[in-house]
Unconditional design. Structure first.
Length: 210
């Protein structure tokens, strides 16, 4: 059965950016101070653009993943620095927010930086649920129907302790590109990663999650 990702929430709290204003100005060959505030904002924008392009966390973040996990699954937006909570669904049919309880057993992780979450019974198939080749609603069963025993809510922290040089260079390249293309209405500047930044960050790119 295929894992089903319900939601991935990401949050960060006033992180220290991996490149400085001084480094950004040196990269752009800027000696005046008129645009310091603009360049400082571009550092954060560029870092987030590289994070989203690579599907990683460069600075420290907290991730809350809600998913039906039937198989081993690489936790999104690593590298993972710690797991704060692993919870399983415990609610019944009704209304309102779903209820969860802490799961102290029945799961493991594997890997060093980009951890794989391994729920108990991963990669197993329920022979009592007939497979018809498509999802069915109502009274008909399907191997992809919701099973509360496989619903997980995972809270974990991510980010690089020491940001790799290539990623820092990618951010700097993107900052310069944003600065040089400010006000350019012919392209969507805030949603475009420049070619140089892509080349530098491609080795760190993970699969897309949503």
């Amino acid at each position: 059965m295929k894992n089903n990702i319900i939601d991935v929430a990401r949050s960060e709290s006033s992180p220290t950016e991996p490149v400085t204003l001084t480094e950004a100005k040196a990269q752009a060959i800027i000696t005046y101070t008129d645009d310091d505030t603009l360049l400082t904002s571009y550092i954060t924008v560029a870092r987030k653009q590289i994070e989203n392009y690579c599907n990683i966390s460069i600075v420290a973040q907290t991730i809350i993943l809600t998913a039906d996990l039937y198989n081993d699954y690489e936790l999104p937006y690593g590298p993972v620095t710690g797991i704060q909570a692993a919870e399983t669904f415990t609610g019944t049919a009704g209304s309102g927010p779903a209820a969860y309880q802490t799961a102290t057993t029945n799961w493991n992780t594997d890997g060093t930086q980009f951890l794989t979450f391994m729920p108990k019974g991963a990669n197993s198939f329920n022979p009592d649920v007939p497979f018809t080749g498509y999802f069915q609603w109502g009274e008909y069963a399907s191997p992809y129907a919701f099973d509360p025993g496989y619903r997980w809510r995972l809270t974990y922290t991510t980010g690089y302790g020491t940001v790799p040089d290539d990623l820092k260079r990618a951010i700097l390249a993107q900052v310069v590109w944003l600065y040089e293309h400010r006000g350019d209405e012919s392209i969507n500047v805030m949603k475009t990663v420049c070619t140089e930044a892509k080349m530098l960050s491609d080795p760190y790119k993970r699969q897309a999650w949503l």
